[in-house]
Design a protein around this ligand. Structure first.
Ligand code: NAP
Length: 210
């Protein structure tokens, strides 16, 4: 797949690197310096390169991984994203990262879909801390951890499920995009366990049915 990364920080850099390692063409974009993007692309190897937001937004799949406060800026540079599978892991947090600014009656993912109605938005990857991605690649457990995703476009969800599997997770379809209203607050619980429990932040979760 051709994947554009909008926001090459903790989430975008790691996921982009993993996708490049799985043979996808990856364009890293939106960091404070071009040097960082060049370095990331070099380290990721394969078919990874650094590019502008417009170039990244031109790819068939786009991962949105910016702080909520940067959303307006990055969308302005990205254009209308028409027809793109836009996977968002971005949580609608306030500037201090202490609370969700959209919750219960809507979600960041739904707000994004409203802002870019021609994009095929899927919410995924945001329910685990970035710290878990590389260790999971190395561990390759037989029983994979789950990863929730939701969206309204069936084909976009299928594409996303493939990328979730590439990242070493078992994709769990949570239903329509509206379910992001529950997934996003769930992430705050995961963050509490990852960062405030005094235990490892290399944390993932697994759903079982008995
Ligand atoms: N980190 C996690 O574990 C985690 C987990 C779940 C969900 N999320 C969500 O995922 C999203 C991304 O989180 P993150 O931790 O990856 O954020 P991050 O590390 O801060 O990365 C954000 C990216 O945006 C870039 N950026 C920020 N301001 C910019 C500006 N003015 N101009 C150009 N680029 C700019 C940063 O550039 P630099 O690289 O130069 O700093 C960085 O590449 C957030 O919405 C967060 O809530 C994060």
């Amino acid at each position: 797949m051709h994947i554009g990364i909008l926001g090459s920080g903790l989430m975008g850099a790691k996921l982009g690197t993993i996708f490049a390692g799985k043979g996808h063409d990856v364009v890293f974009s939106y960091a404070r310096t071009r040097g960082k993007l060049d370095r990331l692309a070099r380290q990721a190897g394969g078919n990874a390169r650094a590019g502008t937001v417009a170039e990244a937004a031109h790819q068939e799949v786009v991962l949105l991984a910016v702080h909520w406060s940067r959303l307006g800026d990055v969308l302005r540079l990205a254009g209308d994203l028409a027809g793109r599978v836009v996977i968002t892991c971005s949580l609608p947090m306030n500037r201090g990262d202490s609370k969700l600014v959209i919750a219960r009656t809507s979600s960041g993912a739904e707000a994004l879909q409203k802002k870019r109605p021609k994009a095929r938005v899927v919410s995924a990857f945001g329910t685990v801390p970035s710290e878990v991605f590389f260790p999971l690649q190395r561990a390759r457990p037989k029983n994979r951890p789950s990863l929730l995703y939701c969206g309204d476009d069936a084909r976009a969800k299928k594409t996303t499920a493939g990328l979730i599997a590439d990242a070493g997770f078992d994709p769990v379809d949570a239903g329509p995009l509206e379910m992001a209203r529950y997934m996003e607050p769930y992430t705050l619980l995961i963050a509490q366990l990852a960062y405030e429990s005094g235990k490892s932040a290399k944390l993932a979760y697994r759903f079982e049915r008995y």
